[in-house]
Ligand binder design. Sequence first.
Ligand SMILES: [Zn+2]
Length: 115
Amino acid sequence: MKKLCPECGGKIIGREDKKFCSDYCRNAYNNKVNKDSKNLIRNTNNRLRKNYKILSDLNKSGKTKVNRVKLLNQNFDFNFFTSIYTTKTGNTYFYVYDQGYLPLENDYYLLIKRE
Ligand SMILES: [Zn+2]
């Protein structure tokens, strides 16, 4: 069975283990893959930076209670955090670097800065 080049879809002629029809296609394909993963990392970093800024701005004192709506209004994205910490009593803190938040009852959050 003939393999097809993943970049251009053309037939691959030559050695059995050849993955691309040409050096050109191999380079073009690999550059695209690298670009995608670079974009992913850049977008994730941007999201984390934005979340960090929102938490820092809202939590000037180091410990602040806020409503979920207030976070969402600033486009806080709950999918992006850097670590999770669960206490012995079963409370789960989410951290964006040293800025954390603990979900409370009734859509409130306790913002807390790590010492
Ligand atoms: Zn090709």
